[in-house]
Write a protein that binds this ligand. Sequence first.
Ligand code: NAD
Length: 483
Amino acid sequence: MDGVLNVIDGREVPARSGATLPNWEPATGGALGTLPDSDASDVALAVEAAARAFPAWRATPAAVRSRLLRKVADELRAALPELARAESVDSGKPIAVATEVDIPRAILNFEFFADATTQFSSECHPMEGHALNVTLRHPLGVVGTISPWNLPLYLLTWKVAPALAAGNTVVAKPSEVTPVTAHLLGRMAVEAGLPPGVLNIVQGLGPKVGDALSRHPEVKAISFTGSTRTGAEIARTAAPLFKKLSLEMGGKNPVIIFADADLDAAVTTTVRSSFANQGQICLCGPRIFVERSVYGRVRDALVERTAALKLGDPLLPGTEQGALVSRAHLDKVLSYLVLAREEGGRFLTGGRRAEVGGRCRDGWFVEPTLVDGLDPGCRTNQEEIFGPVAALMPFDSEEEVLGAANGVRYGLAASVWTRDLQRAHRFSAALESGIVWVNTWMLRDLRTPFGGMKDSGVGREGGQEALRFFTEPQNVCIHLAGG
Ligand code: NAD
């Protein structure tokens, strides 16, 4: 798509100023087109449209909202190959990942919350026969969503679907790095029959569009996914305005492999948890702790499997490793490879920018990299790299590895590999992590609370948690007898 546009009040429009930003194709390093360089005046128009649409959308019965969300899902499904290709070209991710993960999950987000809103209930607290407390849950009004580039349509719809299902109208700000599928969604939502103004998409830079959304007085809530630094900025802006805030932020997740685990399964899944989407998933586990008695065996198997990953043109069906999302991100990841070496790390495989020929010769590729010899406390193991770089570390005791696993500012997700049931429970409960997987990774049930502890997040998404976030409880106490 050459020219990405905003979708405001059911219409596709450029920024009011006419200004545009360049969009790039990560696999080639070449220009892909443009997107609107929107500003506060575009956000204001979108919020006005959303505010106009709110009373009718709020009054629309949940069953009707549900049917409309299902129609959006149907539009997305009908366009799955087009959307998957667009996501792959825009972000550099392998077409197989976009086809099997990103777009199906975006469709499921709409279907799941279409169902969830018809099943959403609230509480009633009777007071021994003389009063009833009925808790109503009202939609908030106009809400803002701000989402990142790593799973562009998947994470945008993870916010937009519950917000709409709960009866809010939305102004969504996608990442300026990956704007294309958000535009296509805005168009398809209109085609599906979503009334004008119910879902608005405003494209552009974070400090302009995202900031204007965070400080707009009509916007009642901000649901954000992105880096911890940006989350803190949004909180600084929005908290004094008393907006509801959901912040899903960075991670530096541990994978802990005990000697009693099914080591073949642990190795297979750990290659995925290290390098899926080139390590650019908030749930990836770049810190791999392996019990010393099996360290050599696990290390060698991981190295062999990682070196065999097929890196190349993201549009080829067999490609397992695509490009990093931007030139700036490539530079950041390469700088961490230099740091890892300075900190005493030894590259077991990878460690360099990757050369891919043909149309991808100038693309932003990095070899999937495993490094060992690093201390858990060094910067490479403390800071979020968000790329295809994972560190292997041996451990001797459960107590030692628990301290190391928890010894970072983040607390989003963890994978624990053991066949010892008691240890699985004991260890999982002691991890400072919002999500723990035992003997698996990224197995998602959309009903479960999703989010992080510590600097990884505030609040939870998913299922009822998301519907609660996007509604305001109001308790009505009805006196039944007497004065
Ligand atoms: P980012 O923080 O740079 O940007 C995220 C979004 O915020 C973008 O849309 C951006 O334009 C916007 N933004 C930037 N500055 C802003 C400001 N001042 N005010 C308002 N909005 C602003 O993050 P990114 O680089 O796009 O994404 C990668 C990060 O996202 C990583 O840290 C990763 O861990 C995190 N992430 C977290 C989760 C999770 O569920 N916890 C999921 C995916 C990604």
